[in-house]
Write a protein of this length. Sequence first.
Length: 212
Amino acid sequence: MTALAPSTLTVGFDLDMTLIDSRPGIKAAYEALSAETGAFIDAAQAVTRLGPPLEEELAYWFPEQHIPEMADRYRALYPDHAIAPTPAMPGARAAVDAVRALGGRAIVVTAKHEPNAKLHLAHLDIAPDAVIGWLWAEAKAGALREYGAQVYVGDHVGDVRGARAAGALSVAVATGPCPEPELREAGADVVLPDLTALPAWLETYVADQSRA
């Protein structure tokens, strides 16, 4: 997809625990992988650490040499087990709609396997202008710069680092594994309790930018 002009208001969003509450679905996918392989996976513990790439979590449960194979298998199991149980986070659709109401574009930049990220969004009727997967922390900066994102919204300190590396404003929501003090310490410019607060904040941000 062609990148948007830098002058276009573009807001990036993380996916897991920002736009979607992926804990029920990811837990089910890990349980399916555990049942298939016979390996113990504490799925309830795993979903407290969402954010980093899948391979980092699998390293808790599998020998290093088996991680690529297990990652492929997890991703293959994922659509049948994880999509249906996963709800949108409160305010997710309204947040994306708020960007459009201001004449902007919304993109999703996530560490998740891109095809599975798109399945989640389609299932929940959330339609961003672009979805870019397989990017974590500072690696998100390349996509954010390519699409001219002025703002990146996420729930993890890795999202804060990605926004800062891209020169974008870091707007954090305290809906994931990182509490507000940790997000602020990581350098978040703004911390909101959840996405329901984003439309009002975004209106103020755009008004301030127009006066600058």
